[in-house]
Design a protein around this ligand. Structure first.
Ligand SMILES: [Mg+2]
Length: 133
């Protein structure tokens, strides 16, 4: 199975407004899953607040879980640790990460699609498509 490790804030949600979700970005992520036969694993602190059902209700059932919560010293902590741990525990054929912070993926930058426009756009979609097809 192909996995998309998905950040939330700055990707499908306004980071400074907790009720503003970007429906266009959400539709693009769903379409990406359908077109590439991929599934989503939540890689965001939102995983601590909301469960898989919450995200599945907006992402059309494409979410299969979240990365484990690893406690590491702040200076060493990054999402990559949790993604690598998830990959150790699950059979994954290929993967990408979608995030707006490059420092979360210091050793696996080649797997990161960096979203720089404040939300997931068509351009980001095309880059993800290229990586996952
Ligand atoms: Mg973010």
């Amino acid at each position: 199975m192909k996995i998309i490790f998905l950040d939330i804030d700055g990707i499908i949600k306004n980071p400074t407004n907790h009720s503003e979700w970007f429906s266009d970005s959400i539709m693009l992520i769903i379409d990406l899953c359908v077109r590439t036969n991929s599934r989503i694993v939540i890689a965001s602190n939102w995983k601590l607040l909301k469960g898989t059902e919450f995200f599945n209700s907006m992402l059309n059932g494409m979410v299969i879980g979240a990365t484990p919560d690893i406690h590491a010293p702040a200076a060493e902590h990054c999402k990559e640790l949790e993604v690598l741990d998830y990959l150790k525990q699950h059979e994954v054929d290929d993967w990408i990460a979608i995030d707006d912070r490059a420092y979360e993926y210091p050793r696996t930058a080649h797997k990161l699609v960096l979203v720089e426009g404040g939300r997931f756009t068509n351009e980001d979609f095309n880059e993800c498509l290229k990586r996952l097809l």
